[in-house]
Write a protein that binds this ligand. Sequence first.
Ligand code: ZN
Length: 95
Amino acid sequence: MDRVCSFPDCIKSAVATLGGCKYCVAHFVSTCYKCLEKTSDRANEAAQKERRNLLVEIVDTVTSLSQGSDEFTNQERGQLMDILLWACDSLAERT
Ligand SMILES: [Zn+2]
């Protein structure tokens, strides 16, 4: 894969895309955590919908990443699994 992470100054290969940007594993993980930690504005319906779409994208991306990939360390796998559970939890809260 010749695509490179779109994080500034990062030269690692991208393994996933999120919100139209390409990320290496480490930056994908940190970007996901940042999204998950952001508290949603319950008064703002558009923002809630946007957050929901992003959570769905995170779940889809993490699910496809964890399938058939041997290139991750145990720590990375743990982080991806944590993100997946957290995103699913956040989605469930909103319904
Ligand atoms: Zn990166």
